[in-house]
Design a protein around this ligand. Structure first.
Ligand code: NAD
Length: 424
C-alpha cells in the first residue's frame, strides 16, 4: 500500500486488522517471544449465542449475540456490550484486543473482552430491550462473572441495560452480584463519575500533552467532533481549564465561534438531541470542515475512521487527541507522522471509562461507595501515571505516541505471559 494509491487510502479498516497491525508495530520495538505475539493475534475464545425474544405482539424472534475473550493473563476480561445492527464476530474480536491494550496501558488488573447483539435497539420497545438483555445475560452466564468477565455499556446499551443484566445474573446466582457488570446506575452499585470519566480523561490527557509541548492552555484553541458523552465532557473540562473551545458538532453538523463557545450553554446530544447543530452560533460548518479547522487541538470524539487518507493532508490542527475509539485510519496515522502532527491515541486518552469501571468493580466487591471527589482524584492520579509511563517510552525511543502507548501495554502483557508461563 502506498500513499499514492487513492484506492487504499479510502479503504475502511476492520477493528481486528487495526488491532493486529498495532500489535505488530509495538512488537517490532520489543524483544518479545514470537509465540506470545502469535497468541495475542488471536482471541482466547469467542462465544456465540442465540437470544430468543418475545416481541410485544407475542411473536418470537431470534437474535445472534457474541462475547469475545481476547486475553486474561492480567485479570478478568473487561469490555462493553454493544447493541447494533453491524455487530459481528470479527468486530467483537478486534474490539476485545483493543480492551486488552487499554487495560494494560492503564495498568488495570483486567484483560480484554467485548460483545454484543446484532440488533437495532431503536426498533425495540423498552420492555423488549429488557427481555432481550435478561435473556442475553442468561445465555452468557456460563462465561461471565465478577472474577472472570465483567461487561459494561457500549453503543446501544446504557446504565439501565446494565442494571437489568446484573439483576438477571443475580437472580440465577441466588445472590446480588453487582460486580458482574460496570456502568450501572449508582443506586445499584454504579460509581459516581463513571459517565463523565472517558471525556474527563480525554481532557486530562490533552492537558498533559499541552504541558509536554509547553503550550499555554489559555492560548489554546480546540475543536471537538461529536458533542456526546465523551466529546461534551472533554470540551467542558478543557473549557474550565481556560482553553478556547471554538467548534463542536453532532451528527447533523458543527457550530463555530472563533472567540470560543460557552460549552455549558450548548446542551449535549443526550441532554437535547439536535441542540448542537441547532445552537445559535456565529457560524455553522459541516463535520468535514470541523476536522480541517486551523486549531491547536482536534478531538475526534464521535465515531471511528473519520481521519483517513482522504482528509489527513487537509487537517490543520497541531495535535490530535483521540476521544472516539479508532478515529484515525492507519493511512491517516502515517500521513500525520510524516507531517509531524502528534496523535495521542484512544487507548490512553479515553481510558478514563474503563478506569472508573475498575473503581466501580472495587466498590462493588468491597460493598463501599466512593465519593465523586475520591473517584475524580484517583482518576487524575491513574491518568497521570499512565501518561508518564507512555511519555517515558516516547522520549526514550524514536516512535509515535501510538507506538509508545502500545509498547507500554505490550511490555506488561508479554511479561505477565513470560512470568506465568504456558500451562501445561
Ligand atoms: P454519544 O452517542 O454520547 O455521542 C456521540 C456524538 O457523536 C453525538 O453528538 C452524535 O450526534 C455525534 N455523531 C454521531 N455520528 C456522527 C457522525 N457520523 N459524524 C459526526 N458526529 C456524529 O457517544 P459517546 O459515548 O460519546 O461515544 C463517542 C465515541 O467514544 C465512540 O467511538 C465510543 O466508542 C467512544 N467511547 C465511549 C466511551 C463511553 O463510555 N461513553 C468510552 C470510551 C470510548
Amino acid at each position: 500500500m502506498t500513499a499514492a494509491d487513492p484506492q487504499s487510502e479510502s479503504e475502511p479498516e476492520s477493528a481486528v486488522e487495526t488491532a493486529r497491525h498495532q500489535l505488530e508495530r509495538a512488537a517490532a520495538h520489543l524483544d518479545v517471544d514470537e509465540g506470545i505475539v502469535e497468541r495475542l493475534r488471536h482471541p482466547t475464545s469467542v462465544h456465540r449465542v442465540t437470544v430468543p425474544l418475545e416481541r410485544d405482539d407475542g411473536s418470537r424472534e431470534m437474535f445472534t449475540g457474541y462475547r469475545a475473550h481476547h486475553d486474561s493473563v492480567r485479570g478478568p476480561y473487561k469490555g462493553g456490550l454493544r447493541y447494533h445492527p453491524e455487530v459481528s464476530e470479527e468486530e467483537c474480536v478486534g474490539l476485545s484486543m483493543w480492551m486488552t491494550w487499554k487495560c494494560a496501558v492503564m495498568d488495570l488488573p483486567f484483560g480484554g473482552g467485548k460483545g454484543g447483539i446484532i440488533v437495532n435497539p431503536k426498533e425495540l420497545s423498552s420492555d423488549e430491550k429488557e427481555r432481550l438483555t435478561r435473556r442475553f445475560a442468561e445465555e452468557l452466564r456460563p462465561v461471565i462473572g465478577p472474577m472472570t468477565d465483567i461487561p459494561a455499556p457500549d453503543m446501544g446499551t446504557d446504565p439501565q441495560t446494565m442494571a437489568w443484566f446484573m439483576d438477571a445474573y443475580s437472580m440465577q446466582q441466588g445472590e446480588t452480584t453487582p460486580g458482574v457488570v460496570t456502568g450501572k446506575p449508582p443506586i445499584v452499585g454504579g460509581s459516581y463519575g463513571r459517565e463523565e470519566a472517558p471525556g474527563r480523561s480525554v481532557g486530562i490527557i490533552t492537558r498533559e500533552a499541552m504541558e509536554y509541548y509547553d503550550w499555554d492552555v489559555e492560548e489554546t484553541t480546540v475543536a471537538v467532533q461529536g458533542f456526546g458523552s465523551v466529546g461534551a465532557n472533554a470540551a467542558r473540562y478543557l473549557d474550565d481549564l481556560g482553553a478556547s473551545v471554538v467548534a463542536v458538532s453532532d451528527v447533523d453538523g458543527a457550530i463555530y465561534d472563533p472567540d470560543g463557545l460557552d460549552t455549558t450553554d450548548v446542551e449535549d446530544h443526550d441532554e437535547s438531541p439536535g441542540m448542537v447543530s441547532g445552537y445559535d452560533a456565529p457560524e455553522t460548518l459541516t463535520n468535514e470542515e470541523l476536522l480541517e479547522l486551523d486549531v491547536d487541538v482536534l478531538v475526534p470524539a464521535a465515531i471511528g475512521n473519520v481521519l483517513t487518507g482522504e482528509n489527513a493532508r487537509d487537517v490543520e490542527a497541531d495535535m490530535i487527541v483521540e476521544g472516539a475509539n479508532g478515529p484515525t485510519t492507519t493511512t491517516a496515522e502515517r500521513i500525520f507522522e510524516e507531517r509531524g502532527i502528534p496523535v495521542i491515541p484512544d487507548i490512553i486518552a479515553n481510558a478514563g471509562g474503563v478506569t472508573v469501571s475498575y473503581f466501580e468493580w472495587l466498590q462493588d466487591i468491597n460493598r463501599r461507595a466512593w465519593t465523586l471527589e475520591r473517584v475524580n482524584d484517583e482518576l487524575e492520579s491513574e491518568m497521570r501515571t499512565a501518561w508518564e509511563d507512555v511519555r517515558t517510552e516516547y522520549d526514550d525511543r524514536d516512535v509515535t505516541w501510538r507506538d509508545a502507548t502500545y509498547i507500554v501495554a505490550l511490555e506488561r502483557i508479554a511479561s505477565a505471559h513470560e512470568t506465568r508461563g504456558l500451562w501445561p
